[in-house]
Design a protein around this ligand. Structure first.
Ligand SMILES: Cc1cc2nc3c(=O)[nH]c(=O)nc-3n(C[C@H](O)[C@H](O)[C@H](O)COP(=O)(O)OP(=O)(O)OC[C@H]3O[C@@H](n4cnc5c(N)ncnc54)[C@H](O)[C@@H]3O)c2cc1C
Length: 469
């Protein structure tokens, strides 16, 4: 039936909306940014431009029992957008209208395919602010951000995507269009279905419109960089900063391997003596910036920084952040295998987690790099190698080490994913953290929205009989 659906969708939506077999671009829809080497070919990709088209695809695929995998920009790190069961990839890349920015009521209404960074620029041009800032913001979609409940550096002060989604239009498998949520600053009318859809990685419905909360743009911001001898002292400093009651908007860490990989590749040059860095940002009134930076500088000195550097000019700050955002890409370019995890531990356990990663690296011989949103306890632990990623023995070794990282995380009271989601790659490890009872309730929840199990099947919740790998 999967073959027939291509013709059916071409007739319904027009041939230019369907990328079918033999098309040179079709393979792009079988991959994402996850560390999985497998390629999952879909029967076709459908580039929907309207809610009506999304509804038509979900109606026809339900009628013909064809699986559908929603896709934003394909920047996901855990295989959520991969069509593991074949069928149709439903892309929102043509749904790019930012429909309304209401500066009096502080919200905007947008289609899901808008690139996050473009949405931020558009609202900032009106003196407003949309804080969630995944490092992929130059290409990821706002719909994908809601589907994964994306975070980013500024989550430390401002929270993650869920806190900004006021309302959603969602199309359910079968084609029913559901509008939920509100445009008001507060609202507790009925069950919070919006929160229930955010973070479900396209397994409950396809998001076709979002109403997002905006804030007034902070008038000024400054970036401070603490240079440390190694990751352990940087981690201890982060714990000290948190205890000291400082509330910067951003509190990040990057270890030596993460810094070294971007040397010569970014405009900003990290100091040669940096064994690790702690990156902070403060925002607020312009007249408060200097005092805030001084206080942070003194704290960093007290906590053992070798050096403290500041960037206040917008161009300098942009260069620092460009360098930070390059870490993941440069590691991917430098190594043949990069298993990228985003575990999250309680903030008081960061130093222990860094030590556990060091131990796993020493015992397995696998190189690691660690960077990320340390203020939230959210560490991007990278397992790196130069061996053949297609070799099953190599993959088993890398994922064996990843499992040890997950076990350490859970033992420290943490969670498998702080922001990337579970998707396909982390599904086999769900039982390390969640009970069979909890998994069963989640299966029932999924059944409510998608009784035929056709929408993004094979993601997040392992099957009843599957064992953790
Ligand atoms: C270099 C790099 C840095 C990154 N940094 C961060 C970071 O700092 N923070 C962070 O949270 N993530 C980060 N990510 C991961 C990724 O960018 C986010 O998960 C992002 O939210 C995915 O958006 P997307 O549009 O690319 O979604 P996709 O990858 O296309 O899809 C992701 C999931 O969402 C579903 N989905 C997409 N659109 C919809 C829709 N309209 N309706 C329903 N379901 C949908 C898909 O089915 C899939 O399960 C990074 C990725 C890269 C490559």
């Amino acid at each position: 039936m999967s073959g027939e659906i291509v013709g059916i969708l071409e007739r319904e939506l027009g041939a230019d909306a369907v990328i079918g077999p033999g098309h040179e671009r079709l393979d792009d829809y079988g991959r994402d940014e996850s560390p999985l080497p497998e390629f999952f070919p879909p029967s076709c990709a459908v580039l929907c431009a309207t809610t009506a088209q999304v509804a038509a695809v979900l109606r026809l695929c339900a009628e013909h029992r064809v699986p559908v995998t929603p896709r934003g920009a394909g920047s996901g790190m855990c295989g959520g957008a991969l069509p593991v069961a074949g069928g149709v990839v439903l892309s929102t890349e043509r749904m790019t209208a930012l429909r309304d920015i209401d500066d009096a009521s502080l919200y905007c209404v947008t289609e899901p395919g808008v690139v996050t960074g473009r949405l931020q620029e558009a609202v900032e041009a009106q003196g407003l602010f949309y804080p969630p800032d995944p490092a992929s913001l130059d290409y990821c979609s706002i719909g994908g951000n809601a589907a994964t409940n994306a975070g980013g550096p500024r989550a430390f002060k401002y929270g993650v995507t869920r806190e900004y989604v006021l309302g959603l239009e969602v199309v359910l498998m079968g084609g029913e269009v559901l509008r939920c949520g509100r445009r008001t600053a507060k609202g507790v009318t009925g069950y919070d279905l919006v929160a229930g859809f955010v973070g479900t990685e396209g397994t409950f419905g396809v998001i076709t419109e979002l109403t997002l909360k905006l804030l007034p743009k902070p008038p000024a911001a400054a970036t401070v960089l603490g240079v440390f001898a190694d990751a352990a002292t940087a981690g201890t400093a982060i714990t000290g900063l948190l205890r000291g009651g400082l509330r910067p908007s951003v509190l990040e860490i990057a270890d030596r391997a993460s810094i070294d990989v971007i040397r010569g590749k970014s405009r900003y040059r990290f100091p040669a003596n940096a064994g690790a860095i702690v990156l902070l940002e403060v925002d607020g009134e312009a007249e408060d910036m200097e005092r805030a930076m001084e206080r942070i500088g003194m704290e960093l000195d007290r906590l053992g920084a070798l050096d403290v550097l500041a960037a206040t000019e917008p161009a300098d700050r942009a260069n620092v952040w460009e360098a930070r955002r390059l870490i993941s890409k440069c590691l991917k370019d430098a190594y043949r295998i990069k298993v990228n995890e985003d575990v999250c531990v309680p903030r008081g356990r960061i130093v222990e987690m860094l030590a556990r990663v060091d131990r796993i690296s020493a015992e397995t011989g696998i190189e690691t790099a660690v960077f990320g949103h340390a203020g939230d306890g959210n560490l991007h632990v990278q397992l790196l190698g130069q061996d053949d990623p297609e070799d099953p023995a190599v993959r088993a070794r890398m994922w064996g080490a990843a499992e040890r990282v997950f076990v350490a995380t859970v033992e420290l009271g943490g969670t498998l994913s702080g922001e990337h989601g579970i998707g396909l790659s982390k599904m086999p490890y769900m039982r390390l953290e969640q009970s069979e009872q909890l998994l069963e309730w989640q299966r029932r929840w999924k059944q409510l929205w998608d009784p035929q199990q056709l929408l993004n099947p094979g993601k997040i919740i392992p099957g009843r009989r599957a064992c953790a790998e």
